[in-house]
Design a protein around this ligand. Structure first.
Ligand code: ZN
Length: 446
């Protein structure tokens, strides 16, 4: 059924516009026009596109805040990963679905309207596939439907524990798939265009596997963790005499799919240029990268060459689109000892980061039309509260800056997904029920 909304102020591809009427049919904007007196529901506040969240491991939300204690003198990504493996052993399909629905609800409250789930928890605790191989994938799909968020499902291909065929460890048995099982996971029932491949990383698949997956599902979104940690770069150099991003770009035809290089933290100058030329998106997860001590991606050099990026919540230690973009910019400020490092003359820093994350995220998600407020796009938008004190003196791009740098999630009033209001007055419409279910699961796990 079609509906009409009168937006008092909206960020459109043509810039900020006052008083526009959009008509939404089956979740898609089918016209953007001037008010003509016909009835339309009025939306006051600042309407901006919803953001794609291009990298998530939903189950990790339940570990948030539980690994912030120094375990050894060299506490690192790798010790965090051991803690994550111990946690993973206990999760049931019901647990996963409840945690994912809660995490997706929080994403919506934080201004994300689509999510790419990099899903690797496939099998039973002893490593045997479930009777329905796609049981866990279907639970992710169900959780996204419950929360009302747009999902791109990325079943993960995981074959080995390290470069050159190192056998998987017992802790990885719930993730590991042979090619037949993986092909069945790629048949999980999802709306057309909303599935993609996710070879876990260059250390977790062989180059043969990587080529096989890229060729078999050519044209679909293809996401991979790459160059997140220096140890991974060193092991890759030792095994293949090439840095990881060079190796990836030498191995697959990257232009043939919607590639997203997640992290790419330790890309060197040559690799950055190759990513830009290949038209791939870098999936930055600044909060998680800071939390895990990964390092800083050289975003200023990358953007200066026209590089494209999107943002992801990854470990979900905190869920906030504003905080991801702010942490990205602050990392660059600390690195270069300057302000507004990612800004440019024609747009404010917040506006530039926001526009880039909307466009890059949409490219990496493929099947979801972008969320720009324009004809033919999905009606995913966020309404910022113009009465929030941080926004009171702001106009134009400063409204975005006030949200991203000052107010954070508290500025979000309403969120529409496919034209449906899923967040009202800052709270998801099913918050009570989904929180209760989540608390019950957590009580059973700890
Ligand atoms: Zn990840």
């Amino acid at each position: 059924m079609a509906s009409r909304f009168h937006l008092e102020l909206a960020l459109t591809p043509e810039g900020w516009r006052r008083d526009v009427v959009i008509r939404i049919d089956h979740g898609v904007i089918d016209s953007v026009e001037e008010p003509d007196g016909r009835p339309a529901e009025r939306i006051s506040g600042v309407v901006v596109p919803g953001l794609p969240n291009l990298h998530s491991h939903a189950f990790q939300r339940a570990m948030a805040g539980l690994t912030e204690r120094r375990g050894s003198d060299t506490d690192s990504f790798w010790t965090w990963r051991e803690a994550m493996y111990r946690f993973v052993e206990r999760l049931s399909p019901d647990d996963l679905e409840a945690i994912a629905a809660f995490a997706y609800m929080e994403m919506l409250e934080a201004g994300f309207t689509t999510v790419a789930e990099f899903h690797y928890l496939h099998h039973q605790p002893d490593g045997t596939p479930y009777d329905n191989v796609a049981e866990m994938s279907e639970r992710i799909v169900a959780a996204a439907e419950t929360a009302g968020i747009g999902l791109t499902l990325l079943p993960v291909l995981y074959r080995q524990s390290g470069f050159l065929g190192k056998p998987p460890t017992p802790a990885q048995r719930r993730f590991v798939c042979d090619r037949d099982v993986y092909a069945r996971l790629m048949e999980t029932r999802v709306p057309p265009g909303t599935i993609g491949i996710a070879p876990h990383s260059l250390r977790a698949v062989t180059l043969d596997d990587l080529q096989w997956a890229a060729l078999t599902w050519r044209g679909l979104p293809a996401h991979i963790h790459v160059a997140e940690q220096m140890r991974e770069v060193e092991e890759c150099l030792a095994a293949h005499r090439r840095r990881p991003i060079d190796l990836l770009l030498d191995t697959v035809e990257i232009d043939a799919s919607r590639w997203c290089l997640v992290h790419a933290t330790h890309a060197d100058a040559g690799e950055l240029t190759r990513i830009v030329k290949a038209n791939a998106v870098v999936g930055l997860c600044p909060i998680t990268e800071a939390n895990l001590g990964d390092g800083l991606f050289d975003a200023s050099a990358f953007l200066a060459q026209g590089g494209q990026f999107g943002i992801g919540s990854d470990s979900l230690v905190r869920i906030s689109a504003a905080d991801e973009l702010r942490t990205l910019e602050y990392g660059q400020r600390l690195m270069h000892r300057q302000r507004n490092v990612l800004g440019e003359a024609t747009r404010s820093t917040g506006r530039r980061l926001f526009d880039a994350a909307v466009a890059g995220g949409a490219q990496a998600m493929a099947g979801w039309p972008a969320s720009r407020i324009s004809t033919g796009e999905r009606a995913d938008f966020v309404v910022l509260d113009h009465h929030h004190p941080a926004l009171a003196a702001a106009q134009g791009d400063s409204l975005l800056d006030a949200w991203l740098f000052a107010a954070d999630n508290a500025a979000i009033k309403t969120v529409y997904c496919g034209g449906v209001p899923v967040v009202q007055n800052g709270r998801h419409v099913a918050r009570e029920e989904l929180s209760q279910r989540y608390r019950k699961v957590l009580a059973g796990l700890t």
